[in-house]
Design a protein around this ligand. Structure first.
Ligand code: AMP
Ligand code: GLY
Length: 437
């Protein structure tokens, strides 16, 4: 754990006395970003596009009802209202080129361009980058037709992993236990009009999320986190966007983090630069760490992870606004090391019954105020404020995050918060953070 020391004053080219920031997105990640930005007194206002029930009720924050792909509307608003920085949360607007659009209008924006966002939007492109950069990643092959894909699977055998090439909201990866599951998966994905599939070697181990911020020249990782991808206790059932997270994950030892910096983050950034991509934003490596300590990259994301961000940001001692601005202004190397509080955190996702498949919306949520206590913050994801009531409006509804000196206390506090919240059909895993104990 990096100890919190007195922060050095950072001189910015921009006036940091009064900063207005526009955050794009409406998830738990965006609520956590807004909440963290607002810890800095110089952040006078945050606008959230479109935001959720959590950002709607925060002081100094206002939701704006633009769609996340309404680049012209967002740009006009930013220009007219003197927005100092736009922070883009989700992958969709990034892969549609929101950063290119805003940069062309000289609006400072945190996030990669459309070309850089391919690292998430195209698994085959990301794989090529990793192979060219010598980044360790599971063996794979790319297919554009069913017959050769089937033949390859039959030759390789199961378990095997089938990945769609393209954004799929977490539904494009099938970890097939049997040959039949794998063959069904390729048929299904080609039928859904994906043009390319990646078929990948199945790896065993523990997953680690390493989110790093970069200005295109320097890259610095945040605290390592661990997500809980499966819907059920004991990592069972369907894959989800993430049912909880904790940070810093003990699996990410200082020695392993140094290897990730040298073997994954730096070479990837160099390769992106060689391809003419000036990548500024978050580079998120989803890694598998084998029982013998081997590391391999399963995927890259071009944005903050969710729920990992809800667990990581409450531990940040350096003002987030300074880090984000240093990335957009390409002066990350000049900043002192990122500082962290001497604490750990646990975030428990509360989902709607039925998630990750079909679920209902519009259920009234009670107990939010009681759950928000010293050391515990309820981040909203799929919620909406209607007629002064917060109601459910998505599959992952809330993320209850607690910080504490140790994981046993953080877990206990987070679940105390969870138990104070009620809505019809609420569901959460009971074992978030257990691997950290
Ligand atoms: P991805 O979007 O590529 O990270 O895949 C989603 C999830 O599928 C990962 O978080 C892992 O849980 C699982 N997964 C992906 N690739 C592999 C692999 N090669 N071996 C085992 N599990 C995998
Ligand atoms: N928690 C996984 C993700 O953000 O993609």
């Amino acid at each position: 754990m990096i100890k919190c020391t007195k922060r050095l004053a950072i001189k910015s080219k921009r006036n940091l006395e009064s900063v207005k920031i526009l955050v794009v997105g409406n998830g738990g990640r965006e609520h956590a970003i807004v909440w963290t930005l607002l810890q800095s007194p110089q952040v006078t206002q945050v606008l959230c596009v479109p935001g959720n029930g959590g950002t709607a009720t925060m002081e100094r924050c206002q939701n704006l009802s633009f769609r996340v792909d309404d680049f012209a509307g967002i740009a006009r608003f930013a220009e007219v209202n003197g927005v100092s920085l736009v922070v883009v949360g989700p992958e969709l607007p990034l892969s549609l080129g929101i950063v290119d659009y805003l940069q062309n209008r000289n609006i400072p924006v945190f996030g990669p361009t459309r070309a850089g966002a391919q690292i998430e939007s195209s698994k085959t492109w990301a794989k090529a980058i990793m192979e060219e950069a010598g980044v360790p990643t599971p063996k794979s092959a790319t297919f554009t037709d069913l017959t050769t894909a089937r033949a390859y699977i039959e030759q390789q055998g199961a378990p095997i992993v089938v990945k769609a090439d393209g954004l799929a909201s977490g539904k494009g990866v099938i970890v097939a236990e049997t040959l039949l599951d794998a063959l069904t998966a390729v048929e299904l994905l080609f039928a859904q009009n994906y043009e390319k599939l990646l078929i990948e070697e199945f790896l065993v181990g523990q997953e680690l999320s390493v989110l790093a911020i970069t200005d295109g020249k320097t890259i610095r990782s945040l605290l390592p986190a661990q997500d809980h991808k499966r819907i059920g206790d004991g990592d069972t059932g369907a894959n989800t966007g993430g049912m909880g997270a904790y940070a810093p994950a003990p699996l990410g030892t200082p020695a392993l983090m140094t290897r990730i910096q040298n073997e994954v983050l730096e070479p990837t950034l160099v390769k992106l630069k060689q391809k003419g991509i000036d990548y500024r934003g978050v580079l998120y490596a989803g890694l598998m760490i084998s029982p013998t300590g081997d590391l391999k990259v399963l995927e890259f994301n071009c944005r903050f992870g969710d729920p990992e961000t809800q667990a990581i940001l409450p531990l940040l001692a350096t003002p987030l606004v300074e880090l984000l601005m240093a990335c957009t202004e390409q002066r990350l190397a000049a900043l002192p090391p990122i500082e962290w509080k001497s604490a750990v955190s646990t975030c428990v996702t509360i989902a709607a019954q039925g998630y990750p498949a079909n679920y209902e919306r519009g259920k009234v949520i009670a107990g939010l105020d009681a759950a928000n206590t010293e050391g515990t913050t309820v981040f909203h994801a799929g919620t909406q404020l209607t007629q002064n009531r917060v109601v459910t409006d998505g599959g992952r509804v809330l993320g209850v995050t607690s910080t504490a000196p140790d994981f046993a206390t953080a877990i206990e506090r987070a679940y105390q918060g969870v138990r104070l919240i009620t809505f019809e059909g609420m569901y959460y895993r009971q074992d978030i953070g257990q691997k950290a104990l």
